[in-house]
Design a protein around this ligand. Structure first.
Ligand code: ZN
Ligand code: ZN
Length: 314
């Protein structure tokens, strides 16, 4: 079968590879569309201790089982044994494995996955299915921020920011500000339901979601969170957190780190995905995928294609 293989720093190649082995408790999925994630690009650019080449990446995907039924796959594989797993919080399992990082992923025509990680998705389009995983990140962020319903802001209109926007719109929020330095992205955010768009954050919000994750955006996020509000950190661009402790304490502000999603949040994202229309997520056919990934690694992807989906099925 054909697969895109991460072979080392800045080297992803379209190759003929062996069919996946189907282990106990696993099932074969014929991949339809698979999304290229920011963390995939981080892996391709800088490597990752837990994801050794050669590796087939890809953790955002839907596809068909042998019987033709359409499914989405939760890429977080918990140990199944610890307190976090028992609570469905596989994002916090210390032994969790991640499809596309610590085991072969979906940048291939077929992938073997634990059947426990399948979620039936008969009503979703292939694009909606590939967006479930980043949408689940959005559901988790909204929950971690205490499900705010008033004025909120999202910093960063990349894929996570746009998915979060879709989650907030679907949950009935109407006063959403989106911040990004790229005008083309702000246009897409307006079309997707943002009320206000800004090149840099100002104002006061019940919650600020930082999907960019630089020292500067975290400082802005804390500053623009109302007293009693929540600063939700999703983006991981760099590691700095230059926030004022006094402004958190005196303002009664909460700081929420947001990583991944729980199993129930992933299922919630499958339901929510059915309402999502995302012109900013665009397909690339498999034969062009290697060139498209090279472009993304170099930071030269088209501005209007916020999420690149690789098309494996016709
Ligand atoms: Zn992802
Ligand atoms: Zn566990």
């Amino acid at each position: 079968m054909k697969a895109l293989v991460y072979e080392g720093t800045r080297r992803v190649r379209l190759r003929e590879v062996a069919e996946p082995e189907i282990g106990p408790g696993e099932v074969l999925v014929h991949v339809d569309r698979a999304g290229v994630c920011g963390s995939d690009l981080g892996l391709f650019r800088d490597g990752m201790a837990t994801a050794a080449p050669p590796l087939v990446p890809g953790h955002e995907f839907g596809g068909r089982l042998d019987d033709g039924s359409f499914v989405v796959v939760n890429p977080m594989v918990g140990c199944g044994d610890c307190a976090a797993c028992a609570a469905g919080r596989t994002n916090l399992c210390r032994q969790r494995r991640l499809i596309g990082y610590t085991r072969a992923g979906a940048f291939a025509e077929r992938v073997s996955v634990p059947w426990r990680n399948l979620v039936p998705a008969p009503g979703l389009t292939p694009t909606q299915a590939a967006l479930v995983e980043p949408l689940a990140n959005g559901v988790h962020g909204w929950n971690r921020a205490g499900r705010p319903e008033g004025a909120v802001a999202i910093i960063g209109a990349g894929a996570i920011g746009m998915c979060l926007l879709q989650v907030l719109v679907a949950r009935g929020l109407s006063d959403i500000t989106v911040v990004d330095p790229v005008p083309a992205r702000l246009d897409l955010a307006l079309a997707a339901g943002a009320r206000t768009v800004l090149p840099r954050l100002s104002g006061s919000f019940e919650a600020v979601f930082d999907a960019a994750g630089t020292g500067a955006t975290r400082t802005d996020a804390v500053k623009c969170t109302a007293f009693g509000g929540t600063v939700a950190l999703l983006g991981l661009h760099d590691d700095r957190l230059p926030a004022s402790a006094a402004s958190l304490i005196v303002g009664d502000r909460s700081l929420a780190g947001c990583f991944g999603y729980t199993e129930p949040e992933f299922v919630e994202a499958v339901e929510l995905a059915a309402q999502v229309d995302a012109p900013w997520a665009q397909d690339v056919p498999l034969e062009d995928a290697q060139a498209a990934i090279d472009e993304l690694i170099a930071g030269r992807g088209p501005a209007a294609r916020i999420k690149t989906l690789i098309r494996f099925a016709a």
